[in-house]
Ligand binder design. Structure first.
Ligand SMILES: Cc1ncc(COP(=O)(O)O)c(C=O)c1O
Length: 382
């Protein structure tokens, strides 16, 4: 049949065209150019590890680069076997992703159907909402409780017959608090068995370091499908190589993810780095110790300034301010310190500060009072 002529129609889906344009913040290099060479940039906006990967990892990446002319193992079998050994979870139910962010997208993709709803806390890691919106599912957001914890009752009350997937994080972003045991057990047991329960365990290593239980053992109580997401971006200092993994509650889910992912989603340098980092627990533990120390210094420092900051066990801290977070984040950025301003409803007066090196903490604590003096009303800060 001949094609009908008429006004030209874009082959791109109308709902994707209708999304706001993607605007990424300047890269650290662009920031450095703007600020001049004498300001040291302090990257405290993305919850990265301030320390470089271990020497063992760097050697493994250099070695893997020699065979970068070859495609990587599509399933990353050596790494999934190492992760199986580490977690006690069957290797065939572990799927690697280009960061856990990709896995959030794939989990939404495999559960998405016409009219599907995705339940998530707000604020939360933006990837849950982004995946829902770009895949045409409806994001259903449930505000955190007043104390910053996940409102498990609210999330369960938001379930409808259209809900396909529910996201929650034992350590939520941007607060960094640990979910109460009773809340966690409730969400595992009461999320209906036809809904995929996704436990985003990005800060797993930090939670264990703070004395929390491994969530995997608790998931035995779940009757329905589940997935636990973890990442090598944080405690293993590999954010730039993009590698996360999904521990799937059954074979069907693992197979579904393998069917829809791009074949070579995790590159060979990332796979080599992943294997090497798992062999160096001492290095990871030094990263976790340093984070706990600097987090405490940060928390003490902002408390002394009279600012409220809920307890965090992660590699970031949310701080409430007497002025909009954007104002303070912009002023800090002019001094070379990048933090994230809160934008969600009820969080506009916050900034989230990633825990950095000792020097990063000192710089932040030195600069923040001066900035607050400039921008805050005189009686707002002690
Ligand atoms: C809660 C949470 N989930 C997932 C991610 C994504 O991590 P990645 O894609 O680097 O594995 C992050 C990153 O900050 C996060 O905070």
């Amino acid at each position: 049949m001949p094609r009908q002529s008429g006004p030209q129609r874009s082959p791109i889906r109308a709902d994707i065209l209708g999304l706001p344009d993607q605007v990424f913040p300047p890269t650290p290099g662009e920031f450095a150019e703007r600020l001049g060479d004498d300001l040291e940039l302090r990257l405290l906006a993305l919850n990265e590890c301030p320390h470089p990967p271990s020497a063992q990892v760097i050697r493994a990446v250099a070695q893997a680069a020699k065979t970068a002319n070859r495609y990587p193992d599509p399933q990353g079998r050596k790494l999934t076997r190492a992760l199986a050994k580490r977690t006690g979870h069957p290797a065939e139910q572990i799927v690697l992703g280009n960061g856990s962010d990709e896995l959030i997208f794939l989990l939404t993709l495999v559960t998405r159907e016409e009219g599907a709803e995705s339940i998530m806390p707000a604020p939360a890691f933006p990837g849950y909402r982004r995946a829902a919106v770009t895949l045409g599912a409806k994001p259903v957001t449930v505000p955190l409780r007043e104390n910053g914890s996940t409102d498990v009752g609210g999330m369960l009350a938001a379930v409808t017959r259209r809900t396909r997937i529910l996201f929650c994080a034992p350590v939520n972003n941007p607060i960094g608090g640990l979910m109460e045991d009773a809340d966690f057990r409730r969400i595992i047991q009461e999320t209906p068995p036809d809904i995929l329960l996704v436990i985003d365990d990005a800060y797993h290593e930090y939670a264990l370091h703070a004395g929390a239980k491994d969530v995997l053992s608790l998931l035995k109580a779940r009757a329905g499908p589940w997935a636990v997401l973890r990442t090598l971006s944080k405690a293993y200092a590999l954010a730039g190589l993009r590698i996360g993994y999904c521990l799937c509650g059954n074979n069907d889910l693992a197979q579904a993810l393998l069917k829809v992912k791009t074949v070579f989603n995790v590159n060979s340098l990332a796979q080599a780095a992943g294997l090497a980092c798992l062999e160096d627990n001492a290095y990871r533990d030094r990263i976790l110790d340093s984070c706990a120390r600097e987090r405490q210094r940060l928390q003490n420092g902002v408390t002394e300034m009279g600012l409220a900051s809920p307890r965090s066990i992660a590699n970031f801290l949310t701080v409430r301010l007497p002025v909009p977070g954007q104002t303070v984040a912009a002023a800090l950025a002019r001094r070379g310190i990048l933090v994230k301003a809160g934008t969600d409803s009820g969080f506009e007066d916050t900034i989230r500060i990633s825990v950095g090196s000792e020097d990063d903490t000192t710089a932040l604590l030195d600069n923040l009072p001066e900035i607050l003096k400039d921008v805050a009303p005189p009686d707002a800060v002690d």
